[in-house]
Design a protein around this ligand. Structure first.
Ligand code: ADE
Length: 289
C-alpha cells in the first residue's frame, strides 16, 4: 500500500464504508498514527493474491486526518501524570464513525484485550468489514471503548504499539476468509483448528544429517499415515501444550492413541532416568534413528 494509493483509498472510503465489494470478501480498515508501517506488510504472498482477486480489501488510514487543530494533534499527556502519550478519543472516534457501516465490527488492539485465539480469528473472518484501531504510546483514552465492539491482545507481552499486533491479527483472520487459502483443508489441518498442535512435517531429502523421515510417511498407506499424523499431533500437544490436551474434544480413537503416547513417553522417561538423561524431547521428536 503505497502513499498515494493510501491517500486515494482514504479519500474514497466514505463511498464504500460498510460495503463488502466482491461477495464474501472482507474489507479491513486500519486506523493508525503510522500508516507507513503497513506499506509492504500485506503486499506479499497469500494476502496480496487474495487482494488482487478481490477477496480482501485492506486500507490503512492516518488518525491524524481527524487530529485536532492546525497541527492535527492525535495524542496528549495522561491526566493524573505518568509516562507516555495517550491517544485522544476524538480523532479515534471520528475516524471510526467515518468508516463504520451497518456490517462493521470495530476492534481495538491493546494488551488489555481478550487473547487472540484461532476461534476468535475464525469469528472475525465471518465479518464483512473490520475496523481495527491500533493503540500507541501510553494507551488510548478509555472513552474510545464506547465506540469499539471488542478489544483484542495478541499475547501477554507489550508491544510498542498496536501496528505489529494488527499485522498478526489481519494475517490470522484473512487466511480464514473462504478462498484466500486455496485448499480449504489446509486451514482445517492448521495447528489450533481442532484444539491440537499440528504434527511434524517432512519434505526432501529422506535423510538429513542422519535424521530420517519416519518410514510410515514413505509407505503410501494413507490409513497408516493418517493414524501416525493424528498420534504425533496428540504427542506434540501433550508434551508441549498439555493445557490444550485438557480442553481438546477427543474421539474414542484419539483416546486410544493418547494412551499409547503416554505409555511410550512414560517408557522413554523411564529409560532416560535409568541412563541419567533428563530430557529426550519425546519420541515424536526423536532425532536420529
Ligand atoms: N499493543 C501493545 N501490546 C499489544 C498486544 N500485546 N496486543 C495488542 N495490542 C498491543
Amino acid at each position: 500500500m503505497k502513499g498515494p494509493a493510501r491517500k486515494r483509498a482514504a479519500s474514497s472510503r466514505s463511498k464504500t464504508a460498510g460495503s463488502r465489494g466482491k461477495k464474501g470478501a472482507l474489507r479491513i480498515d486500519l486506523l493508525t498514527l503510522f500508516p507507513g508501517i503497513f506499506d509492504s506488510a500485506f503486499e506479499h504472498s497469500l494476502l496480496a493474491k487474495a487482494s488482487a482477486r478481490g477477496l480482501l480489501e485492506i486500507r490503512a488510514h492516518d488518525l491524524r486526518e481527524e487530529g485536532e487543530g492546525r497541527h492535527r494533534v492525535a495524542d496528549d499527556a495522561p491526566y493524573g501524570g505518568g509516562d507516555g502519550m495517550v491517544m485522544l478519543a476524538g480523532p479515534v472516534v471520528r475516524s471510526i464513525e467515518k468508516l463504520r457501516g451497518r456490517g462493521s465490527r470495530v476492534v481495538l488492539l491493546t494488551p488489555a484485550g481478550a487473547l487472540l485465539t484461532q476461534a476468535r480469528a475464525r469469528a472475525l473472518a465471518t465479518q464483512r468489514h473490520l475496523i481495527i484501531v491500533c493503540g500507541r504510546y501510553g494507551g488510548v483514552d478509555e472513552r474510545v471503548a464506547a465506540s469499539v465492539d471488542e478489544e483484542i491482545s495478541v499475547g501477554d507481552y507489550v508491544l510498542g504499539g498496536g501496528e505489529p499486533a494488527a499485522i498478526v491479527l489481519v494475517d490470522a483472520v484473512a487466511r480464514l476468509v473462504p478462498g484466500v487459502v486455496g485448499n480449504a483443508e489446509s486451514t482445517a489441518a492448521d495447528s489450533f483448528e481442532d484444539g491440537l498442535l499440528e504434527c511434524p512435517q517432512f519434505t526432501r531429502p529422506e535423510s538429513f544429517r542422519g535424521w530420517k523421515v519416519p518410514e510410515v510417511l514413505l509407505s503410501g498407506d494413507h490409513g497408516k499415515v493418517a493414524r501416525w499424523r493424528r498420534k504425533e499431533s496428540l504427542r506434540r500437544t501433550l508434551l508441549r501444550r498439555p493445557d490444550l490436551i485438557a480442553r481438546a474434544r477427543l474421539s474414542d480413537e484419539d483416546r486410544v492413541l493418547l494412551a499409547e503416547v503416554r505409555r511410550e513417553e512414560g517408557a522413554i522417561a523411564g529409560e532416560a532416568n535409568a541412563s541419567g538423561e533428563n530430557d529426550r524431547g519425546g519420541r515424536g521428536s526423536a532425532r536420529r534413528e
